[in-house]
Unconditional design. Sequence first.
Length: 149
Amino acid sequence: MEQNTTTDATLAHQRLLDGWLTIWNGDYSALNDIVAPEFALHASMLDGGDGSAVRGPDGLVGWVAQTRAAFTEMVFTVEVGPIIDRDQLAIRWIAVGTYGGGFPGATVPVGTAIRFTGTDILRIEQDLIAEYWVNSDVHVLLATLGVQF
């Protein structure tokens, strides 16, 4: 019986996406099953960096944990996608949660509801996420937090 490689690829990409959301929702147990050892981030960071300091699964977890630290009950869900093109997977996501305190420059009270969106592009290599490009509406998050520029 011949395998349907399109279906197999779609299932593999869905497994990676499910694990990716699990990581962003604070459960890091799937990390080594879906993230390549040579993982690389490409992003505009709040400190002005380009994300190149975030490398490998441990670097990703450190960055995700740092992102989540100022928010409680933060949940990421997929709004659009996944859109799959060969070794690329793209999604548009929504993050909702509650401000828990500690974000530099925030002037809103703890307990303020937050909501912002973004787009992830993931490059898949050997059934693992090898590269990640993120573009998020961080300006919406900063405005919600009352950060002054």
